[in-house]
Ligand binder design. Structure first.
Ligand code: ZN
Ligand code: ZN
Length: 679
């Protein structure tokens, strides 16, 4: 008979029956929850526990947050809101047995959150030790790590971080317990006021409960609902990442605080792996590469979120544009070109002037209101409406590389990924309801073809269905959703359903692509629209010669050219395949006497359609090679006496170095083939 079973049978007064994973054990009242759970020999470290039971909730639960559960909460409610409790909470309130304890392991998503949030406390304790005048903001766990905000009266720099990290390690080595206290609100307020913690006082004033919880780690005290790890010794594998400025409560009118970002993991290996990932992310940053490779720039004096394409970036963009135009035309799309500025009235009919107003740029001309277009749809509708339409034209597919402008808060702008001006590879397709499924299948083929050609081969497809607020009938929504779903299934595309996440005007399919290091990027969107055809009252003559309402599909394959280019730059870390490289070959003469032959080589390459440049700077060959390696040029052709004489080139291939001499003709044929194959 195991110890666990024996305990259950001999339950005495003052003992609590504890259950976990179908097993039961008896523990003395007052046993910390962590110790109780250890009777079951859990497979790994327990950071906190979740407790539930019959009768009134038995435990002294943390108070002071929306998640908090007052003592007299009916048990039904508790079951709905599982509650995390510090692992050292004593089972001390003579509960109605049995009590169910569920451990929160270090490796679980919640455990990781507890670990990271606890590390933010540790960091705050270290900062207070080094900067006693520091005032505390907040310190939550976030995706991939944590942060804490401080009012330090000065800026932090990268150089401050090692010192803070060192102090954190000392505090961790001391294995200081996280001690929870429940205080009346007024008492807690007085405590933080006496400590000069004005931001904490502000937070306390907003808490509605009568009691709040605070946590002490040695001298350090913080207002917090918990839970945390039992002691600082649990915090071993962390790293501070970078300082940043952040307004208190995100409000530009409030003080600017110093934020420190960090990360923490249960194991050394996981931390190491994540730090390597962050290095990769840094190495691929399209904003840095965009500058180094002279692709694009942004200018504060011209306006935030507006991209300027330099010659090399414009070449790359041009390749993408001609590719997508050619593919549209191969698939029965017809081009349209529409103005960038349209009258306010039009945006009122479309509804944008109401529901999209905050994202639009308005201007007044001749006492009339105009808006810079945030979308191309109303413009395409005007072309549709310019003459009577018949089912014989359907599906009618208008496409435009339409440049639009949308206001975004400056705080969310990010390189080419979040901008205020961008160009969509936009199309609007008008069709009869029964044509939907076929057309969606075509768009899916189109999308996967394009994304794969650019080198992406992993995707995540989402189907978003009817939200609570919607226009159109339930019947048409069902029809459209079935069409989208039918197309996905016919194509054998794996997809997830995002219930209720469709736009109010129709269901949609989104395709996210995965880059070389597994990050997801929004690309294709296919949206059915029942709203705009109504608002603009567009019709077509059916085979019955009666006017019908068409269905409209908005679709963009790459989404925005800006974001797509950002994704491409980061996916390839700037080392584009030959067909996308702004400069495909650089010719490097060894000495001045080889210049004539070098020029001839460049001309021959250009005549064959290869983007070639001559490097005639007065520098050593080695220096030139290093420069073009950094520029990630696919081919360097070094020419000297031997090459000039034999009409050949010494080929250095990106990533492979010197690959030896080849006849020029042979090299040209091979590269032209590589470009044609988009390899
Ligand atoms: Zn906390
Ligand atoms: Zn549209």
């Amino acid at each position: 008979m195991s110890e666990v079973e024996r305990d259950t049978q001999e339950r005495k007064a003052g003992e609590i029956e504890v259950r976990y994973a179908g097993q039961t054990a008896l523990v003395a009242a007052g046993t910390p929850a962590k110790e109780a759970i250890e009777r079951f020999e859990p497979r790994e470290k327990v950071l906190a526990v979740r407790i539930s039971g019959e009768g009134p909730f038995p435990l002294d639960t943390p108070i002071g947050s929306p998640q908090d559960v007052p003592h007299d909460t009916p048990i039904d409610t508790l079951h709905d809101t599982p509650h995390d409790t510090p692992a050292d909470t004593p089972l001390d309130a003579s509960p109605q047995s049995p009590v169910e304890i569920e451990p929160i392991f270090e490796s679980s998503p919640e455990g990781l959150e507890i670990l990271r949030h606890s590390t933010s406390h540790l960091m705050a304790a270290a900062v207070k030790k080094l900067f006693p005048q520091a005032k505390l903001g907040i310190g939550p766990a976030i995706e991939d790590g944590f942060y804490y905000d401080f009012d330090l009266g000065r800026s932090l720099t990268e150089e401050d971080l090692p010192r803070i990290e060192e102090t954190m390690r000392q505090l961790a080595a001391e294995n200081i317990p996280f001690v929870r206290e429940v205080l009346p609100k007024a008492e807690a307020r007085a405590l933080f006021e006496s400590l000069g913690e004005v931001y904490k006082v502000e937070l306390i004033d907003e808490i509605e409960d009568e009691k709040v919880t605070i946590y002490r780690t040695g001298d350090f005290v913080d207002l917090c609902r918990g839970p945390h790890v039992p002691s600082t010794g649990y915090l071993k594998h962390f790293k501070l990442l970078n300082p940043a400025g952040a307004y208190w409560r995100g409000d530009e009118k409030r003080p600017m605080l110093q934020r420190i970002y960090g990360t923490a993991f249960p194991t050394k290996e996981e931390l190491k792996k994540h730090l390597e990932f962050l290095e990769e992310v840094k190495r691929r940053d399209h904003r840095v590469l965009g500058r180094e490779l002279e692709l694009f720039s942004m200018h504060e004096e011209a306006g935030a979120g507006l991209a300027f394409y330099h010659p090399k970036g414009a070449v790359l963009r041009g390749i993408i544009e001609s590719f997508i135009k050619q593919e549209c035309e191969r698939r029965g799309y017809v081009p349209v070109v529409t103005p960038h500025v349209l009258k306010g009235d039009l945006w009122r009919i479309s509804g944008h002037a109401d529901f999209y107003r905050e994202n639009m740029f308005f201007l007044e001309i001749d006492e009339r209101q105009y808006a810079v277009k945030p979308m191309n749809c109303p413009a395409h509708i005007l072309i549709y409406k310019s003459k009577p339409r018949s089912y014989r034209e359907f599906p009618l597919r208008f496409y435009e590389l339409g440049t639009v402008y949308r206001y975004e808060r400056s705080g969310v702008l990010h390189g080419l990924l979040r901008v205020r001006g961008f160009t969509q590879d936009d199309a609007h397709i008008f069709l009869a309801p029964e044509q939907m499924e076929d057309e969606i299948e075509r768009i899916l083929d189109f999308s996967f073809y394009v994304l794969k050609t650019f080198g992406f081969d992993e995707f995540r497809v989402m189907l978003s269905t009817r939200p609570e607020k919607f226009v159109g009938t339930e019947e048409i929504w069902e029809k459209a959703t079935a069409a989208l779903q039918g197309a996905l299934e016919k194509k054998g595309v794996a997809y997830e359903i995002d219930p209720g996440e469709g736009v109010f005007y129709g269901p949609k399919i989104d395709i996210k692509l995965k880059d070389a290091i597994g990050r997801e990027w929004q690309a294709t969107t296919i949206q059915v629209d029942f709203n705009i055809p109504e608002r603009f009252d567009i019709t077509y003559a059916g085979p019955d010669n009666v006017q019908h309402r068409p269905v409209m599909i908005h679709r963009a394959i790459m989404g925005s050219l800006e974001r797509f280019m950002g994704a491409l730059i980061e996916h390839y870390a700037g080392a584009f395949p030959v067909w996308l490289s702004p400069v495909q070959a650089v010719v490097i003469p060894i000495a001045d006497r080889h210049l004539d032959y070098a020029r001839e080589v460049v001309e021959r390459l250009r005549a064959a359609g290869i983007r070639a440049e001559l490097d005639e700077k007065q520098e050593s060959v080695n220096k030139k090679i290093r420069h073009h390696e950094k520029q990630k040029v696919p081919y360097m052709l070094v020419v000297g006496d031997r090459e000039a004489e034999s009409r050949s080139v010494a080929v250095r291939k990106r990533g492979q170095g010197d690959t030896g001499s080849r006849p020029l003709d042979e090299f040209i044929v091979a590269v032209v083939k590589e470009i044609e194959e988009r390899a």
